[in-house]
Write a protein that binds this ligand. Structure first.
Ligand SMILES: [Zn+2]
Ligand SMILES: [Zn+2]
Length: 336
């Protein structure tokens, strides 16, 4: 029997358990992907912590780079050995009004990779061929992984922020470090907000070209045109509203956030707006991945063996690494 290894979350708060499973066969329209690298996203923490809907037991991970190892019936757009990226949006129904209107990110009956279907904290995973992306060739497997959520969701949030000349990014982790590069490439000024006192994170932001970096408790030196919140901290919503000027937007990019405290209507007045960003469309992916290749986006990654997923998660939770943690199943082989 051919087998695969996976790090499985049996239920909320149960952490991860290494398991051996029979290698699954792809169904119609699906492919079996041999995982080369899988990024660790904050959303995975929300799955582990039971803060968002998930189907347990589940294998987390939705920033998957791998190669097609088997083709299901009817798959003609991919071939064996093709390198693919598997994102959070694993499948949509294609029939609800959101799907029909080209807003598949809002689908009523989707499958989300690493939450409601198994993801990439594994040596292998199953994905829908129609939801896999081609990846920029210049990036190796580990480096390409963070583009698939941090990059993509960041991109969708960035577009929702509009034509902001001065852009604030609250929470300078995986997504913000990519988005800052895009914004700076487009000659915008980026203001990076980290946890209070995180001198290392602020230095990292400045090294990428941010105009200013400080704690989220600090007032930026200039009025912002828009702010994107990547930190899952609801208390930052009114803080960000007060940092943006009239007509400014506050975009909440995370899937989960602590409660937003009450704030004065005066903070919203002046046509300021608050909006959330949900998931991605395949069109977002095609657009962003082309841009990433074009501008030579360089994710900063720290690789961990798959079996050290717990350590990677702790590092992401504590914000003690720059950029993104990436799990690499055969890291020993790769380093040899
Ligand atoms: Zn739908
Ligand atoms: Zn994600």
């Amino acid at each position: 029997m051919a087998t695969m290894t996976a790090m499985e979350c049996r239920t909320a708060h149960a952490g991860l358990t290494g398991v051996e499973r029979e290698l699954p066969a792809p169904g119609p329209g699906e492919v079996l992907v041999e995982v080369a690298a899988c990024g660790v996203c904050r959303t995975d923490l929300h799955v582990l912590d039971g803060e968002i809907p998930a189907r347990y037991p589940v294998v987390p991970g939705h920033e998957i780079v791998g190669r097609v190892a088997a083709l299901g019936e009817g798959v003609d757009q991919l071939a064996l050995g093709d390198r693919v990226g598997v994102p959070w949006l694993g499948r949509t129904c294609g029939a609800c009004r959101y799907c029909r209107e080209g807003r598949e990110n809002l689908c009523d009956a989707p499958l989300f990779t690493g939450a409601t279907r198994d993801g990439g904290y594994a040596t292998h995973t199953i994905a829908d061929a129609a939801f896999c992306f081609a990846l920029p060739e210049a990036l190796d497997d580990s480096t390409a992984a963070p583009l698939l959520c941090a990059g993509l969701i960041g991109w969708r949030a960035y577009r929702m922020a509009g034509e902001a000349r001065r852009l604030g990014l609250y929470g300078f982790g995986a997504a913000a470090h990519l988005l800052a590069q895009v914004a700076i490439h487009q000659a915008r000024e980026v203001f990076a907000f980290t946890r209070a006192g995180d001198a290392g994170g602020q230095a990292f932001a400045r090294s990428l070209g941010c105009a200013w970096a400080g704690g989220s408790d600090e007032t930026p030196p200039a009025e912002l045109d828009a702010a994107i919140l990547f930190a899952p901290v609801g208390a930052l919503v009114p803080v960000a509203l007060r940092a943006v000027g009239k007509g400014g937007r506050v975009v909440c990019a995370g899937i989960h956030m602590s409660e937003i405290p009450a704030f004065a209507y005066a903070d919203l007045w002046g046509e300021r707006g608050i909006v959330s960003v949900a998931n991605l469309t395949r069109a977002d992916g095609v657009e962003f991945l082309a841009l990433a290749g074009e501008i030579g986006l360089r994710p900063t990654v720290t690789a961990f063996p798959l079996t050290d997923a717990d350590e990677a998660i702790v590092r992401v939770r504590n914000g003690t690494l720059d950029g993104t943690a990436v799990l690499v199943p055969d890291i020993a082989k790769r380093n040899a």
